[in-house]
Ligand binder design. Structure first.
Ligand code: ATP
Length: 361
């Protein structure tokens, strides 16, 4: 039996409950594979106890694991003296240290009833946001300045190397898909603010350079302010969107809202040698411990992890398990008793998880 080590960071807030739910589903989907989930401390609560958000031992375990699986981290009241949140440092440090440069966020509509938009068909929204994850404005975290308590600065960082690799990743991803739902055209939308800042004009120019080698993918452009309108008014026209770090962060929450909310939006952070999987949402402390959080984003992130592991280790059984989880989620959501509260239903975190596990059995 093949064995995979999964470094598991439950984190804070709803992190532990959605992580445990997803682990139950992943185990149910892989009876022929041994997924060894190693529980590791990390996040805001761990910082309060130990003074560290990410211990060296935890980092080493993440570095040596086949993949990293994460619930969510951060508590609004646990901050550094400069006011920024401590908990986010858990995955931010992992991103930078393990060079997880591609943050991949699929936006898929399961049921038009979950969407706040009108006149949609099932599958009418199906695109992927590829957010550059190690540069952009967030590269400045911890390095900004505050002068005389009157001027604060953070620097936006864009490098040719960083844009080349994220553009290549996004274009390759488009090649594996079937195009945008509205016209089946393989399309890369470059989301930037090239009309205002030189750094974004450079981002766009480098994407265009890389795209010259992908004549089968149509290039499309959208300023970040305009894309928020297109994502609401014609979401079916997108296939893959590539964006700078902060823009990608913001538009992926909007994208998630158009298909039902953060609770159904998975996320993967992928580098050349490591990858971390967690829902797109944060630790949602307002609903933590009440058994009402949706585990779907974390479960779908787990399926993403299995597919990534399967492709990387040439293990077809894991790719097949990923497909079975996605199908089980789709089937479960047709049952009103398995729909979580954020999608308009009444099912608890536990009930959603059990409904999916039953379909996998
Ligand atoms: P971060 O900046 O770390 O991404 P955030 O402060 O933007 O986090 P989230 O923790 O993502 O915020 O949550 C925003 C709101 O979305 C929560 O208050 C909660 O109501 C809702 N939410 C997030 N995740 C879920 C979930 N899994 N199930 C149900 N509701 C959720």
């Amino acid at each position: 039996m093949k064995t995979y080590q999964i470094a598991t960071l439950e984190g804070d807030g709803i992190g532990p409950e959605v992580c445990q739910a997803a682990v139950a589903v992943l185990k149910a989907a892989t009876p022929q594979t041994q997924l060894q989930f190693e529980q590791l401390p990390g996040g805001a609560n761990h910082y309060l106890r130990s003074g560290h958000v990410l211990d060296q031992d935890t980092f080493t375990a993440c570095q040596n694991a086949h993949a990293i699986f994460h619930g969510a981290a951060g508590l609004p009241e646990v901050t550094y003296p400069d006011g920024t949140e401590v908990g986010n440092d858990l995955h931010l440090q992992l991103r930078f240290k393990l060079d997880l440069y591609a943050n991949v966020r699929p936006i898929k509509l399961y049921d038009p009833a979950f969407a706040p938009l009108k006149d949609l068909k099932p599958g009418g929204i199906d695109y992927v946001i590829v957010r550059e994850n190690t540069e952009g404005l967030y590269a400045s975290r911890g390095g900004g300045t505050l002068l005389r308590d009157s001027v604060a600065t953070d620097t936006l960082v864009i490098t040719r190397h960083g844009v080349e690799r994220i553009a290549k990743f996004a274009l390759e991803l488009s090649r594996t898909r079937h195009g945008a739902p509205s016209d089946s055209v393989r399309r890369l939308t470059i989301c930037d603010k090239a009309n205002i800042l030189r750094s974004y004009a450079f981002f766009r120019a480098v994407c265009q350079d890389v795209a010259k080698h992908y004549s089968d993918v149509v290039l499309d452009y959208a300023y970040v302010d305009a894309i928020t309108v297109h994502m609401v008014k014609r979401p079916g026209s997108f296939d893959v969107i590539v964006a700078e770090n902060m823009f990608g962060d913001i538009i992926s929450d909007l994208g998630a809202a158009t298909v039902g909310g953060l609770g159904i939006a998975p996320s993967a952070e992928i580098g050349d040698n490591h990858a971390l999987f967690q829902g797109s949402h944060g630790s949602a402390p307002d609903i933590a411990g009440k058994n009402i959080a949706s585990p779907l984003a974390t479960i779908l992130s787990g399926a993403f992890m299995l597919r990534w592991l399967g492709q990387r280790h040439d293990d077809a059984s894991l790719v097949e398990a990923a497909q079975r989880i996605e199908k089980a989620v789709e089937d479960a959501l047709k049952d009103p008793l398995a729909v979580p509260a954020d999608l308009g239903g009444k099912a608890s975190c536990t009930a959603v998880t059990q409904a999916i596990c039953r379909r996998l059995a």
